[in-house]
Design a protein around this ligand. Structure first.
Ligand code: SF4
Length: 443
């Protein structure tokens, strides 16, 4: 048995890419293992967007290369890499390839002199290789869950936020053909998947690179909604990460029409001050963001709204930070992922002074987290005494409990030892809440 071990770093998109790499490797005859020490093939799906991830790549490859003295080993790296990282890492790995070259992986491995026992493995089906550029999306992934799936619909980004390196690692936006997306989703629904998330760096700009030739994002959601109704299966469809500039009312109106389109919107705010938003190149003002939140509350009154906020961005004054605090109070988010700004190599703002001290960033982070807890606790209190449908995701950290999430992605747990409920929908009566979760009993 020739085993492979894959290490995806970074965001959900890389994890989704890793599912397709796994599928190719298994078509070649490799067997998965999570134990690096017993693998003959070690691969990384790396992320240049965070320095911490790149540091991890260097420490792993040094260790892996030491093992080569003792056994046959082939190493590769792919993923979301800046061109300069690719150049630096190339001499350390046996193979570096761009993720859209995945259908050619067997051929690339042979070109790089892959040796026994790896060479004993088979080849990919021809169907993966007939169109190497578009072939990547044709690969049927080896989903890592039997009830939750992530479906890439778009790659790359045209927004060029100044703090982000993604447009330089993944390039410009390319939309996946809608026929392929719908086919993948139809199979998932038929196989009783309960939670399906459409993935893209800028997911709701879907179709804008092929206006008139491809569906818009709202039309894509409409097709999925119709499919959900026709197949009469219960599932929730999510999408991440969207950009506020493309969160148009027609998208919200489609979500309102179909029960399978989850009533949950992730709407990254990043900052609550117009000058900071402008320097981040976010392409919306606070007033425009407010209008979108107003539309969500009007069209999808039951939807939860999550957000992302960066504190301590280059040049952010105390007063500008206070504007973000006010925005958080006003928008009553159900969750905010708050990050302390750190310059990302490759991003425009990497050249700018990182002039908010570490202590000040930490203090702003703590202040905003404290504000957030008060807001989310008040939001979650409205769940008490009500019955909520929830998808059971696994066992909870608390012994004797199972962990689930509501349609709005609020974590809830309940006492149960019945592991057959994992991957199923349940009804829970919520009897207590904390700022970030709820607890209930099975109805
Ligand atoms: S929208 Fe902005 S933050 Fe999101 S991937 Fe594009 S550049 Fe990065």
């Amino acid at each position: 048995m020739i085993k492979y071990c894959l290490l995806p770093l970074g965001c959900q998109m890389n994890k989704s890419d890793a599912e397709r790499i796994a599928s190719v490797l298994e078509a070649m005859g490799f067997i998965p293992t999570e134990v690096e020490e017993e693998a003959h093939l070690l691969g990384m799906v790396a992320c240049s967007v965070r320095q911490r991830s790149i540091n991890r790549v260097y420490s792993k490859i040094q260790k892996w290369n030491q093992w080569k003295d003792k056994r046959a080993l082939f190493t590769f790296i792919s993923g979301c890499l800046l061109p300069e990282d690719e150049v630096k890492l190339a001499p350390m790995f046996d193979l570096v390839f761009k993720i859209n070259e995945l259908p050619r992986l067997p051929e690339l491995m042979v070109q790089q002199g892959v040796s026994s026992p790896v060479a004993q493995c088979g080849q990919l089906p021809d169907s993966y290789q007939d169109d190497p550029e578009k072939g990547f999306w044709k690969i049927i992934p080896r989903y890592s869950s039997s009830f939750q799936a992530f479906v890439p619909i778009q790659n790359g980004c045209n927004k060029f936020c100044t703090f982000c390196a993604v447009p330089y690692t993944r390039g410009r936006e390319v939309s996946r053909p809608s026929a392929e997306i719908l086919q993948e989703i139809q199979v998932l629904i038929s196989q009783n998947y309960k939670s399906i998330t459409l993935l893209g760096q800028n997911v709701n700009s879907y179709g804008l690179d092929r206006v008139g030739q491809e569906l818009t994002f709202a039309q894509l959601l409409e097709k999925i909604g119709q499919m959900g109704q026709a197949l009469q299966k219960e599932f929730w469809l999510y999408f991440t990460s969207p950009h506020p500039a493309d969160m148009t009312p027609d998208v919200l109106e489609v979500i309102a029409r179909y029960p399978c389109l989850a009533k949950h919107i992730h709407l990254p705010l990043q900052a609550g001050d117009d000058d900071v938003l402008r320097r981040m190149n976010r392409s919306y003002t606070l007033a425009e963001y407010k209008e979108i939140v107003h539309n969500i509350r009007k069209i999808l009154p039951q939807a939860t709204i999550f957000t992302d906020i960066i504190v301590g961005f280059s040049g952010e004054t105390k007063e500008q930070f206070e504007h973000t605090r006010v925005a958080l109070q006003e928008f009553r988010f159900d969750m905010a992922y708050v990050a302390q700004y750190s310059p990302r190599p490759g991003a425009v703002s990497y050249q700018w002074p990182d002039d908010v001290s570490i202590e000040e960033k930490k203090q702003r982070f703590q202040q905003l987290t404290q504000d957030l807890k008060a807001v989310t606790l008040a939001n979650n209190q409205s769940m008490i005494g009500k019955i909520h449908r929830a998808l059971v995701e696994g066992t909870d950290r608390k012994a004797g409990y199972l962990a689930a999430r509501t349609e709005g992605l609020i974590p809830v747990h309940f006492p149960s030892l019945d592991s057959t409920l994992i991957g199923q929908f349940v009804n829970l009566q919520i009897d207590s809440v904390t700022p970030f979760a709820g607890a209930g009993i099975l109805m």
